[in-house]
Design a protein around this ligand. Structure first.
Ligand code: IMP
Length: 422
């Protein structure tokens, strides 16, 4: 029997690439859909049968009756938020407990991790990361410090372990003089979440995945956040705290590098970023506002305005290299429909120096643009590549040439049908 493969579907810039729009193209091709990194800081907006869902921790294969869904060991889970997310799906008629399996090695986000997230951000002042406030950084810190609570701990002496970690957090908060918080209600719901999680298959998902691969089954590793938010390869310290790149697929699921098949890299026809940190292509003018307005660029988790700018090829090429992207997926081409010309950032410049590779210190660089003709055509009505306006076809060809990577899927509108497979 031919061994199955793990394909990765990754947002390769700053997240929010609109992955939810194309998952219904991807998920039917796989037997298992697995999340390998991150937690409820993600918000994958998926519209199914006319109903809108925002998935935070649960893989998007959950809408497809025959699929197994896995939350892998590289993820972090907030039991209360997980329960709310799951209840919403159950209310819509989806069965979860048989088809959603959770790694015992995934770490738990405690209510006090969320307080710590706020306390650390407050202490950073103007240098704050602009986190989602979901306790992501403090939870991964505890994992690395080898004091974290894991999903498997739910099954043995849980109360004792919980109290010990909570006491540790309370001590840190006292040291930071951050004592004005009350988690009483939150903690109650969190404990209900722990009870709820016991209904699920809390298991060794690395074995489950590798057995599935040995049986010739195919796995889709569904990324969260984006490559430039990766703890190692992102714009540190303005990053999330997990490994969001294709390397994270291996460590976050317990599968070997030679199991990886395609790496699909999703990007938007322009750039966005939520939260703080360097963003050389950011537009502070009317063009930026127009992109935000037409692209509906407001955070799915926090509702914050997303910072907007033109496509950044320096960042895109870097992400393609780090991930080994085999196929690109370009989203939201239609958002640029109205512009006379489209700019693309090909280099950064600072103090007379020009670079085409991501610099170590990403602060203070200005973009160098090339200008391409706009297509001034409503793309949302286009359903086939042969109907692409010439300027849009040139934009695609330009990006493919610059990155040396084929764009296999082009999305030109919110409708399912506005997805063109090339
Ligand atoms: P954290 O992951 O909550 O610690 O936030 C760290 C940084 O990553 C902040 O700039 C967030 O805005 C950003 N971030 C985290 N998750 C996402 C996501 O799913 N999409 C886009 N940005 C994210």
């Amino acid at each position: 029997m031919t061994k199955g493969k793990v394909d990765a579907l990754l947002g390769i810039v700053f997240g929010d690439e609109g992955k939810g729009k194309v998952v219904d193209y991807f998920t039917p091709r796989y037997d298992v859909v697995a999340r390998f990194a991150g937690g409820p800081n993600a918000g994958h907006t998926i519209i199914f049968d006319g109903k809108k869902f925002v998935l935070r921790s649960i893989p998007s294969g959950i809408f497809d009756e025959g699929k197994i869904n896995i939350i892998g060991n590289g993820c972090v889970i907030a039991p209360d938020l997980f329960m709310s997310e799951a209840h919403e799906l159950e209310a819509a008629g989806y069965e979860l407990t048989k088809r959603l399996h959770i790694s015992r090695r995934a770490h738990l986000i405690l209510p006090t991790h969320r307080v710590l997230d706020r306390a650390y951000e407050a202490a950073k002042g103007k240098n704050k990361v602009g986190t989602t406030g979901k306790g992501i950084g403090p939870t991964y810190s505890d994992k690395a410090a080898r004091v974290g609570l894991r999903v498997g701990d739910i099954l043995h002496n849980f109360d004792e372990k919980y109290k010990a970690l909570k006491a540790r957090h309370e001590q840190i908060l006292r040291d930071l003089h951050y004592t004005d918080y009350d988690i009483t209600e939150e903690e109650q719901k969190w404990m209900q979440g722990i009870e709820y999680m016991r209904k699920f298959n809390l298991t060794d998902t690395e074995y489950e995945l590798n057995h599935a691969l040995a049986e010739g089954k195919n796995v889709l590793a569904e990324g969260a956040q984006g490559s430039l938010l990766d703890i190692d390869h992102g714009t540190y310290p303005y990053v999330s705290s997990s490994s969001t790149t294709s390397g994270g697929v291996c460590t976050g699921l317990g599968i070997a590098p030679n199991s990886i098949g395609h790496v699909f890299g999703i990007f938007k026809a322009y750039s966005t970023r939520v939260g703080g940190g360097p963003f050389p292509v950011e537009l502070f003018d009317e063009t930026g506002d127009t992109i935000r307005h037409i692209g509906n660029e407001y955070g799915a988790v926090t509702g914050r305005n997303r910072r907007c700018g033109w496509l950044d090829l320096v960042a895109l090429k870097y992400a393609i290299m780090i991930n080994g992207v085999t196929d690109l997926v370009m989203m939201k081409g239609d958002v640029l429909d109205g512009f006379d010309t489209i700019k693309v950032c090909t280099a950064y410049t600072k103090d007379g120096e020009t670079v085409t590779e991501i610099p170590y210190d990403t602060e203070g660089w200005q973009p160098v643009y090339e200008e391409l003709p706009g297509w001034k055509t409503d793309l949302t009505a286009v359903r086939a590549e042969k109907d692409f306006p010439a300027a849009f076809a040139s934009y695609i060809a330009y990006i493919e040439k610059a990155t040396g990577t084929p764009i296999k899927i082009v999305s030109v509108g919110p409708d399912r049908e506005a997805t063109i497979i090339r």
